[in-house]
Design a protein around this ligand. Sequence first.
Ligand SMILES: [Zn+2]
Length: 323
Amino acid sequence: MQVELPGFFDIQVNGFGGIDFNTPVLTADEIGASAAALRATGVTRFLPTLITGPSDRFALCARALVDANEPAIAGLHMEGPYISPVDGPRGAHPRADCVPASRADFDRRQDAASGRIVLVTLAPEVPGALDLIEHLAGRGVRVAIGHSDAPPATIRDAVSAGATLSTHLGNGCAATLPRHPNVLWEQLAADELWASVIVDGHHLPGSTVKVIARVKTWARTILVTDAMAAAGCPPGAYRLGDVDVEVGADRRVSLRGTPFLAGSALTMPDAIGNAVGFTGLPLTEVAAMASTVPAEYLGIPSAGTVTAEWDRATCQLQVRHVS
Ligand SMILES: [Zn+2]
């Protein structure tokens, strides 16, 4: 059946269509081509996401993205560098560039980005993080918990300081956790925290997606692709910042030569189809998780309309037209 949905709003995109946003030498044309490739998948607004890296490199990447004047770019998502340096929670972020949080370091990066950083993912257990959360919340910058090994009490402190989101909940944490309490239960239980999830079928089992969407409700669950340059491209070898990654025939993205996940090659229509299949929620609610819910979270309206073909039997959503 044909459906009309609000334009999708992806708040975590590292790259798309062969373009890596963590490359410091992007031209406006390359950024525009990537935005056009995203738009073909129904994404009319997005936050390019810059991962852990040195301040000068971040500044070059941020400037290129801001100077491109691409209307689909609603701001920047800064994921790191104030994250856990520990293997596991750190994920694919380079350890050498994980640093303590500081107002001065953030302010330098925000200046380089002309004030366009609207979302910061950090680990609250990193030195200086709680102070920085207050600083960011006071300036209207949204703060997410992610790539974290925080004890439950520190999660609660982060919420009190102003954190409002869990970035890709269920990923970016230790592979093995005490059964309870732990970093996942504490974030699930914190009603102040919205949750973003990567629903590619590799990052989270379907049952975990279903539980998160039920606990947080569809109105506070956000679908992100966490896509990297290979999204919209064939399987093969790619780069994510300084990190070598490979995309398998099953679209699973891993650190080259390891089993560790390193972003996704997911598109938003596939995330929506997967999420309907995993949660049993109606398409309209799941599509909201990819459009109006992230828009409400950020306080930035979604844009445009997606006309698509929806097959409930196979959970396939095919974008036909974006206006
Ligand atoms: Zn991440």
